[in-house]
Design a protein around this ligand. Structure first.
Ligand code: ZN
Ligand code: ZN
Length: 396
C-alpha cells in the first residue's frame, strides 16, 4: 500500500498524540512528559530506542532488511514560555507555556514516520535514525544529542539528515518549501557591559559616565553594519535592551546592553562577531572606560546541502505534486539548531505550511505568537514525506 494511504490511516492517532503533547507543553532540555508520550507511541515498533542523559531526548534506530547507509530524520520536542491565547479545545494546560512553534506536530509526524517505515522494514536497504530532540528554542539540544552520538546511532555516520518545520503563516496549507544553501540565519546573543565610575550628575568630570559611551556604541554598531558588510550577504544587529542608571542626578557605574545579531554565511558571521566586539571595546577605550562582551546562546547558519535540498524538493513534487512545493527565495532570519546537524551531515531543512485552510497565510499569526494555530491536517503528509525521504534516499 502507498505511504500516503498508510499515513492517512494513522492520521487520527497522530492527531491525538499531537494534541496530548500540545496540552502539556514543556520548555528546555528536560521534557519528561513529552519524552514519555513519544516512547509510549513508539512502543511495539521494531526500533532500538535509547534515551538521552544530558537531556530528555529519544533516539530510535530502525534497521532495514538489507545493508546500506543510514538516514537521520529529526523532530524537535520543546515548547516556548508563551501564554497560549488560541482558545483551542486542546490548548496548553500549563500556565505560561505553549507549543507556539509547532514542535508538537514535528514530534507526532516523526512518530508517524517511524510507524510507516517500520511497516516497510524488510524492504529498506539501510537504517533510519529518528532523532527526537528537546531544547531547540535557544538551548542547543541538537549539540547535546550530537555529543551523545545521535549521528552515529545506527553504527555508522548518517549519510543524510532531514528536518521538517511547520509554519502557522506565510506558506499556504500543505505546501513544502526549501532552498539550496543558507536556509536560516546564524543568531548570536551578545551581552555588553560598559563600566565607568558613578558620581554626582552635576559633576560629570569627576565621574566616568557610561551612558553616552553606551549610546555611541549603539549607533556605531549600526554604522558598522552599513559600512563593513556586503549588502548581498546581509547582517542584522539589534540592540534590544539598554539599561543604566536609577535617577536623573546620579551618574551610574555601568550600562548594560543586550544585542541580537543575525547573519547568513559563516564568513559574515565571523566578521560581525569580531567587528562588534572591537567596536565596543575601542569606543569604551576612546573615552577611558572599559567594557566586557559575552556571546551567549549562539546558533550557526543553517545551511542546506545543495544536492539534498534539490533531492527533497524533487521528492515533494514527485510524491505529492508540483503544486505542493514552493522554492524559498530567501533564507529566513530565524535560527535553528539543526544547523549543528547540517555542519556534520549533508541534509535539508524543509518548511511545511500548516496555516488552517480558510485563514490567510499572509496575515495569520506567525510561529511564536500566543495566537499561532497549526492545523492537524498536515500531520499525515508530514509523516509520509519524512518516510518517503528516507525510503528514496536509501533505495535511490
Ligand atoms: Zn521557534
Ligand atoms: Zn521551531
Amino acid at each position: 500500500m502507498a505511504v500516503t494511504e498508510d499515513a492517512t490511516a494513522i492520521a487520527g492517532e497522530l492527531t491525538q498524540l499531537r494534541r496530548a503533547i500540545h496540552a502539556e507543553p514543556e520548555v528546555g532540555l528536560n521534557l519528561p512528559l513529552t519524552q514519555q508520550k513519544i516512547v509510549a507511541a513508539l512502543d511495539g515498533l521494531p526500533l532500538e530506542v535509547t534515551l538521552g542523559s544530558a537531556l530528555s531526548s529519544v533516539t530510535a534506530v530502525l534497521r532495514g532488511g538489507g545493508a546500506g547507509p543510514a538516514v537521520l530524520l529529526r523532530a524537535d520536542m520543546d515548547a516556548l514560555p508563551v501564554a497560549e491565547r488560541t482558545g483551542l479545545g486542546f490548548a496548553s494546560r500549563i500556565d505560561g507555556t505553549m507549543h507556539a512553534c509547532g514542535h508538537d506536530l514535528h514530534s507526532a509526524m516523526l512518530v508517524g514516520a517511524a510507524r510507516l517505515l517500520s511497516a516497510r522494514r524488510a524492504e529498506l536497504p539501510g537504517s533510519v535514525v529518528f532523532m527526537f530532540q528537546p531544547g531547540e528554542e535557544g538551548h542547543g539540544g541538537a549539540r547535546f544529542m550530537i555529543e551523545e552520538g545521535v549521528l552515529d546511532a545506527a553504527g555508522q555516520r548518517a549519510a543524510a539528515a532531514y528536518a521538517l518545520h511547520v509554519a502557522s503563516a506565510e506558506l499556504p496549507f500543505g505546501v513544502f518549501s526549501t532552498r539550496e544553501g543558507p536556509m536560516m540565519a546564524a543568531a548570536e546573543a551578545l551581552d555588553i557591559t560598559v563600566t565607568g565610575r558613578g558620581g554626582h550628575g552635576s559633576q560629570p568630570h569627576h565621574a566616568a559616565d557610561p551612558i553616552p559611551v553606551a549610546c555611541e556604541i549603539v549607533t556605531a554598531l549600526q554604522a558598522m553594519v552599513t559600512r563593513r558588510f556586503d549588502i548581498f550577504d546581509p547582517v542584522v544587529v539589534t540592540v534590544g535592551s539598554f539599561h543604566a542608571g536609577t535617577t536623573n542626578n546620579v551618574i551610574p557605574d555601568e550600562a548594560k546592553l543586550e544585542v541580537t545579531i543575525r547573519s547568513f554565511s559563516p564568513q559574515a558571521r565571523a566578521l560581525v562577531r569580531d567587528s562588534a566586539v572591537r567596536v565596543v571595546h575601542q569606543i569604551a577605550a576612546a573615552h577611558g572606560l572599559t567594557a566586557t562582551t559575552e556571546f551567549t546562546g549562539s546558533y550557526p547558519v543553517t545551511i542546506n546541502n545543495d544536492t539534498e535540498a534539490r533531492f527533497a524538493a524533487g521528492v515533494v513534487t514527485d510524491f505529492l505534486g508540483e503544486d505542493r512545493y514552493h522554492p524559498q527565495a530567501n533564507p529566513m532570519a530565524g535560527a535553528e539548531d539543526f544547523s549543528y546537524v547540517l555542519e556534520e551531515v549533508p541534509g535539508a531543512f524543509i518548511m511545511l505550511g500548516a496555516c488552517p485552510p480558510g485563514v490567510n497565510p499572509g496575515t495569520a499569526p506567525f510561529n511564536h505568537s500566543a495566537l499561532a494555530v497549526f492545523d492537524d491536517m498536515v500531520l499525515a503528509d508530514g509523516a509520509a514525506l519524512f518516510a518517503e525521504l528516507a525510503v528514496r534516499r536509501l533505495t535511490g
